[in-house]
Write a protein that binds this ligand. Structure first.
Ligand code: SF4
Ligand code: SF4
Length: 367
C-alpha cells in the first residue's frame, strides 16, 4: 500500500481570494512589481520610462546580485504574485537567470513585454518553466501607425511574428490595449485581432507624465467623449463594474487621505534603480533598497503614505466622484504643480464615468 497522500488542490479564484483576505487581516504584502531595467528596444511615444532608456542611466540600475537579494527578501516576506517588467524584460542581459530563480522560489510570475523580442529560443526556455501569465501591449494592428508610435521601423512585423510564436507555444498570455487619440479609430480592428488570438478585448485609457516630469506623453490622451463612445461598445471592466455596484459610495469622501486607493496595503513596486514605492507611479516618497532592508523599508514607507493627508482646500478633498477618478498624486504634482491639485483631464473622465454609471446629470467637480 502506498504511503503517498494526494496534495489537496483548490480553484485559483478561491486561492486568490483566501490569500487576499489573509493579507488584509494581517496587513501583509503579497504582490510585487519589479522593474528589471529601463532598457527597451522601442521608444513608444507615451512611455513613462523611456527617458531613462539611455546608456547614461544604465549604470544606476540594479546589479544582478542586488536583484537576487531582493528575490530572497520578497520570498521571505511571503510575496505570492511577482510581476517582472521594464523597459522590456528581454533586454536585461541576465533575464533568464533572474526568471528561473524567481520561478524556483515559487512566485506566481506575471511578465510584461512588448512582444517584439520573442525568439524560438526564448519561447522554448519559457515553456520549460512557464510563467503564470505574459501580458503584451497591443496598441495598433497596422504597420505604419504601429511603427510611428514605437519610433522603430520594423517593430510591427516583429510584434506579429512574436504573437504568432506565442500563440503556437501554448504559453498563457493576455493582450492589453490602451486607447489613445491616434489609435481610437483602430479599436474595432484591434478588438478583432485580439479575439483572433482567443483573448477577450479590454482597454484602458490613462496616461501619465514621464518619470523625469516630461508631459509630452499626455499629448496622446483620448478625449473624454471618445471614451464614452468606445465604452458604449465594451463590456464593463472589472473596475467599472465594481464602481457601478458601489454607487452608494458616491458621497463626499469620509477621509482626508491623499491616497484613497490601495497604496500602502498589500503591494510594492521596486523600480530599476532599487527604489521602493507603493505602486508603479507613486513617486511622492521612495525608499532606497540599497540603504534599507526590504521589510524595514516597507514599514517606513507604508506608514508614511497611509498618513499623507490633504492640507489645502483642493476640490479633490471633498470630491463626490472620487471613486471614478484615476488621479495619482505624483501625476498631479507634474501636471498641476501639486500632489493635492486636481488634474482637469481626470476630472473630465471621472465625470463621464459617473454620469454613465448613474444615468443622470452629475455636477462636474471643477464647476
Ligand atoms: S515597449 Fe514598453 S517600455 Fe518599451 S518603450 Fe514601449 S511602453 Fe516603454
Ligand atoms: S475628479 Fe477631479 S476633483 Fe475629483 S478627485 Fe479626481 S482630480 Fe480630484
Amino acid at each position: 500500500m502506498s504511503n503517498e497522500r494526494a496534495i489537496p488542490t483548490i480553484q485559483y479564484g478561491a486561492f486568490s481570494q483566501r490569500v487576499h483576505e489573509q493579507a488584509a487581516a494581517t496587513r501583509s504584502v503579497i504582490k510585487a512589481q519589479l522593474e528589471l531595467t529601463y532598457r527597451c528596444n522601442l521608444h513608444c511615444r507615451h512611455c513613462y520610462t523611456d527617458p531613462y532608456n539611455s546608456k547614461d542611466f544604465f549604470p544606476r540600475e540594479l546589479a544582478l546580485e542586488e536583484i537576487h537579494r531582493l528575490l530572497n527578501d520578497m520570498q521571505q516576506l511571503g510575496i505570492v504574485w511577482l510581476n517582472l517588467t521594464g523597459g522590456d524584460i528581454f533586454m536585461h542581459p541576465h533575464f533568464f537567470e533572474i526568471y528561473e530563480a524567481a520561478i524556483q522560489k515559487g512566485f506566481l510570475l506575471q511578465l510584461y513585454t512588448n512582444g517584439t523580442l520573442f525568439t524560438k529560443a526564448t519561447i522554448e526556455r519559457l515553456q520549460q518553466m512557464p510563467p503564470f501569465t505574459i501580458d503584451i501591449s497591443c496598441h495598433s494592428v497596422t504597420e505604419a501607425p504601429f511603427d510611428w508610435f514605437t519610433q522603430v521601423p520594423g517593430s510591427f512585423r516583429s510584434f506579429v511574428r512574436g504573437m504568432e510564436m506565442l500563440r503556437d507555444s501554448s504559453l498563457p498570455f493576455t493582450l492589453k490595449t490602451k486607447a489613445m487619440n491616434w489609435n481610437r479609430d483602430e479599436m474595432p480592428a484591434i478588438k478583432q485581432f485580439v479575439e483572433s488570438f482567443g483573448q477577450e478585448f479590454g482597454l484602458t485609457t490613462s496616461l501619465s507624465p514621464r518619470l523625469n516630469g516630461d508631459l509630452s506623453s499626455l499629448n496622446y490622451r483620448i478625449a473624454p467623449e471618445d471614451i464614452q463612445a468606445l465604452q458604449g461598445d465594451q463590456p464593463a471592466t472589472e473596475v467599472q463594474e465594481e464602481r457601478c455596484n458601489s454607487l452608494s459610495h458616491l458621497l463626499t469622501p469620509n477621509t482626508d487621505k491623499l491616497y484613497r486607493c490601495g497604496c500602502g496595503t498589500d503591494t510594492i513596486h521596486i523600480n530599476a534603480w532599487g527604489e521602493l514605492g507603493t505602486c508603479t507611479l507613486q513617486y511622492e516618497r521612495r525608499v532606497s533598497l540599497r540603504t534599507h532592508q526590504l521589510a524595514e523599508a516597507i514599514e517606513m514607507l507604508f506608514r508614511e503614505i497611509r498618513g499623507m493627508q490633504y492640507q489645502g482646500e483642493s476640490p479633490c478633498r471633498t470630491c463626490e466622484i472620487h471613486t471614478f477618478c484615476d488621479k495619482k498624486p505624483s501625476d498631479a504634482r507634474w501636471e498641476s504643480g501639486s500632489a493635492e491639485a486636481p488634474i482637469p483631464y481626470d476630472c473630465d473622465i471621472a465625470h463621464v464615468r459617473a454620469q454613465s454609471a448613474l444615468r443622470h446629470t452629475v455636477i462636474h467637480p471643477l464647476r
